[in-house]
Design a binder for this molecule. Structure first.
Ligand SMILES: Cc1ncc(COP(=O)(O)O)c(C=O)c1O
Length: 410
């Protein structure tokens, strides 16, 4: 039987560290309670696990306000809360001022403007699109070069008087390009504009530090680089900014049950309903693993894999590899295309004949494929590395591509 190698870590990391499975098993069999809903030991212990996860994430981001970390169910969930919650909140605030006669005319006062990029995932593009219809917001999409890199100065040039949000994807899930998030943070700070970073592909892969990047909002999944299970994620909200963000849902929090409104304090303001405590227990163990290994060491391993992949595929005829040549500006996420193959066809051959699990198509980022010139061909095939991919796995992937290229009679 052909061995199977999972190269779809940009979708979700797999496998997870052993301690993640062990911790989920322990939680499911021995604890099993919901947090904040009881005073018995198991409920308290669940609360403690969630508290630890917030603490670990806060430490990783370099902040000392764990209550500003909102637990979400994936990165999409956090991005939606950040984008819709902020723009609805700001829109309502302006409309309120308009009612009091101090604001400009128009729908809900001034039209809100957002600057984002063509490298974004649909998790950013679609909420913005929905808000164009709902609130009449205006959106500018800053271009990227053919390697998927955005010039921060283009972001500066796109800013207008009514810009209220800059949304940037830190690492591309299409071609692995890493944007200069700190330079964009500087620009956002200079203009006093709220800055949202989509760290879906970078959290756990490279250092993401709030004080260096100066982001006000950082959304990320727990199930990719942080090595937790599916169904986990988080959103960092700069302390004080929560007041401007409208919750997207209301419900039980186990706190202030006597009042009809959603409590305003963090994190309860945005955490209605029972937590995915089983998933969060796994995430706690995933975070512990990342801490033990260190992001630096994991980054070194990923870069080594990138080097080997580029070397091994350098002379494969008809193969094109997209994304930055400079390793310092990339992640272990590679888009490839091979002359004569549709992306779906190439992915099928890779799986059926070589046991390599990759992802073909547009990867939920259509504009990014336009930027790197692969939209018209139906996208690319994506190889994405994780911490358990070995150098031998990558060599085998390179050799498999070479063999496909050699036997392709087209
Ligand atoms: C850049 C980027 N943003 C957002 C997301 C959405 O993440 P999730 O699958 O956790 O909702 C992804 C998922 O692949 C992504 O790559």
């Amino acid at each position: 039987m052909v061995r199977r190698i999972y190269f779809d870590n940009a979708a979700t990391s797999f496998p997870k560290p052993e301690q993640v499975y062990d911790e989920m098993n322990r939680y499911a069999r021995q604890i099993g309670a919901s947090a904040g809903r009881g005073a018995y030991r198991e409920a308290v212990e669940t609360g403690e696990i969630i508290r630890q996860v917030r603490g670990r994430i806060a430490k990783m981001l370099g902040v000392n306000c764990p209550e500003s970390i909102i637990m979400t169910f994936n990165c999409t969930d956090g991005l939606s809360l950040a984008i819709k919650g902020l723009l609805r909140g700001v829109g309502r605030e302006m409309a309120g001022r308009e009612v009091s006669g101090r604001e400009m005319s128009g729908r809900g006062g001034q039209v809100l403007h957002v600057v984002t990029t063509r490298m974004e995932h649909n998790s950013v593009l679609r909420p913005l699109h929905a808000l164009q219809r709902e609130l009449g917001i205006e959106v500018s999409y800053v271009s990227a070069d053919a390697q998927g890199l955005v010039d921060p100065e283009d972001i500066r040039r796109a800013i207008k008087d009514n810009t209220v949000l800059i949304a940037l994807v830190h690492g591309s899930n299409v071609c692995g390009s890493v944007q200069d998030a700190a330079a964009v943070g500087e620009i956002a700070r200079e203009h006093g504009i709220v800055y949202l970073l989509d760290a879906a592909q970078t959290m756990g892969h490279v250092a993401v530090k709030v004080d260096e990047i100066q982001a006000d909002l950082i959304a990320f999944p727990g199930h990719k680089g942080l090595l937790g299970p599916l169904g986990t994620g988080a959103l960092y909200i700069r302390p004080g900014l929560e007041e401007k963000i409208e919750p997207l849902k209301e419900g039980g929090t186990g706190s202030r049950s006597e009042i009809p409104e959603q409590p305003g304090f963090m994190p309860d303001r945005f955490e209605a309903g029972s937590h995915n405590a089983l998933g969060i227990a796994g995430l706690n163990a995933g975070l512990e693993y990342v801490e033990q290994q260190s992001i630096e060491k994991m980054r070194d391993h990923e870069l080594e894999l990138c080097r080997v992949f580029l070397e091994r595929t350098a002379e494969v005829g008809g193969l094109r590899i997209y994304g930055p040549d400079d390793l310092a500006k990339r992640l272990g996420v590679f888009s490839v295309s091979m002359a004569g193959f549709e992306p779906g066809e190439l992915a099928a051959v890779l799986e059926e004949q070589f046991g390599l699990l990759t992802r073909p198509g547009l990867h939920c980022a259509p504009f990014a494929h336009q930027a790197i010139g692969t939209f018209e061909q139906g996208g690319t095939v994506r190889f994405s590395f994780g911490p358990f991919i070995t150098v031998e796995d990558v060599e085998y992937a390179g050799d498999s591509l070479r063999r496909i290229a050699q036997v392709a009679v087209r």
